[in-house]
Design a protein around this ligand. Structure first.
Ligand code: CA
Length: 484
């Protein structure tokens, strides 16, 4: 019996019949891609034909958010459906994980990958992982376990942390690819001193962290996109005849911005913008693979970014579009990101102003396969399926908590946004915490009338500010009931 057959009866989306095979899920989570980096969202000098075609064939959300304003917490929340600030740990309640981090999702946790695996899907994550390995500091010369394969993925290929962090090697499942045992990898994120063989230099350039060994396994920066894309396409080719979940997490457009030579210089705006072209090519290759296997009508494709762009301008181009601020910040530019969903024949093309977040992936996937979420699982995840496949496109989440690079929080409710302390809004660039000498100064903005967050209405609308402050306190103390 094919593994997905028992699932047919459970596949119960409106309009679906028992004869329909369960839909595939492809999530493409770009790295540091800004809201304004898409031609279809106002980019100047950048052309994104594949992303634009996807937007035209699907639903384009204009109020879509990453669960946090930086890499690791967003990835944790997208996979678990839980706000990362509910967990204490490296990279979860502030900052990001280094390459020496243990696994940040405890084995046994609910994840969207585990849910779909238990529903008969083949599950794979290809690209940037950035959620650690092992129960202590990982030893890259041994099995990297537990890791993605112990939290619900059948397959993993990718880079351990970021493209600017050591170790500069690919991992397949539990092992570094191409490692020469005679040249073992050693890494540290604490200065080992100038006499140490570990250097802040690996695979041809300076990195974050210190490394020695592993030379035969080094990636080439210019080839990361080609390598990851080939693996993602290969996953679809391998599993096209059964339900699959592909989580494709490109390193584009994170620093160091080193595109393949065929993309270098193509934007005229610099290497970051050139990398957007590279990312668009990667997306196109994945979409072509779906078309090759006639899967566009049987696959929900969601494209987003793990946080906003880290630059506000490149010539006339505005990477974060009309939004204020950059990556790591509570301002919209930190976390309001491209958010596209396509499922040909099931999602009517269009645009939606509904408030949505990638933390909603687990509850949405559960609805997609007609499985209830286990008690307590994905507590902060809302089911977006009615919004995707229904006729009403206006009603999304009624609120969303936002998180900065330093772990400070803000909250959205309708058009309103409340920041408890404006001194924290600049994320990694923020000043000291409030105290006796610096009391907190709250901010309240109406994003409908003031998208650039320029007019603080806190003094004018004290009742609204009070309501949002109370809502934030309530969500912090316990997760609210999910929407239906
Ligand atoms: Ca990122």
């Amino acid at each position: 019996m094919r593994p997905f057959l028992p699932l047919l009866a459970a596949f119960c989306l409106p309009g679906a019949s028992a004869a329909d095979p369960p839909p595939n899920l492809v999530v493409i989570l770009a790295d540091d891609l800004g809201y304004g980096d898409l031609s279809s969202q106002g980019a100047k000098g950048i052309r994104t034909p594949n992303l634009d075609a996807l937007a035209g064939e699907g639903l384009r959300f204009t109020d879509g958010h990453s669960p946090a304003a930086m890499c690791t917490p967003t990835r944790y929340s997208m996979l678990t459906g839980e706000y990362s600030w509910r967990r204490k740990g490296s990279g979860l309640d502030k900052g990001v994980a280094n390459g020496d981090s243990p696994l940040l999702i405890p084995t046994g946790s609910f994840t969207v990958a585990g849910l779909l695996k238990s529903a008969g899907y083949r599950t794979g994550i290809i690209g940037k992982w950035h959620l650690g390995f092992g129960t202590d500091a990982p030893d890259y010369n041994r099995e990297l376990k537990p890791g993605p394969l112990e939290i619900g993925f059948d397959e993993f290929f990718g880079i351990p942390a970021t493209n600017d962090r050591v170790p500069t090697v690919y991992i397949r499942d539990h092992r570094v690819v191409g490692l020469d045992p005679a040249d073992p990898i050693r890494i540290t994120y604490r200065d080992p001193g100038k006499d140490s063989p570990m250097k802040r230099y690996a695979a041809g350039r300076g990195r974050i962290g210190w490394m020695s060994g592993g030379k035969a396994a080094f990636w080439k920066d210019t080839e990361i996109a080609d390598t990851l894309t080939r693996e993602a396409v290969g996953f679809i080719d391998k599993h096209h005849d059964r339900p699959f979940f592909l989580c494709f997490t490109p390193h584009d457009v994170h620093a160091p911005t080193i595109p393949h030579p065929r993309f270098a210089g193509t934007s005229g705006l610099g290497p970051r913008a050139d990398m957007v072209h590279e990312l668009d090519w990667s997306v196109g290759e994945v979409l072509k693979a779906l078309d090759r296997h006639s899967l566009a009508g049987r696959t929900l494709v969601i494209v987003s970014s793990d946080n906003g762009a880290y630059r506000t301008e490149e010539g006339e181009h505005r990477p974060n579009g009309p939004w204020r601020g950059v990556k790591s910040q509570l301002w919209e530019g930190g976390h309001r990101v491209p958010f596209l969903a396509r499922w040909k024949g099931r999602i009517a093309p269009g645009e939606s102003p509904a408030l949505v977040s990638m933390i909603d992936l687990p509850a949405t996937a559960a609805a997609m396969v007609g499985r209830p979420l286990p008690a307590g699982a994905a507590p902060d995840s809302f089911n977006l399926m009615p919004l995707l496949t229904g006729t009403s496109r206006d009603a999304g989440r009624d609120h969303l908590v936002l998180m900065s690079g330093k772990g400070d929080l803000a909250i959205r409710e309708g058009p309103w946004k409340y920041i408890p302390d404006l001194a924290t809004a600049d994320g990694w660039s923020s000043g000291p915490k409030p105290g006796p000498k610096r009391p907190a100064k709250p901010g309240l903005y109406h994003l409908g009338e003031d998208p650039g967050e320029t007019k603080n209405l806190h003094a004018e609308k004290p009742q609204v500010a009070k309501r949002l402050a109370a809502l934030l306190a309530k969500v912090k103390s316990s997760p609210p009931a999910r929407n239906p």
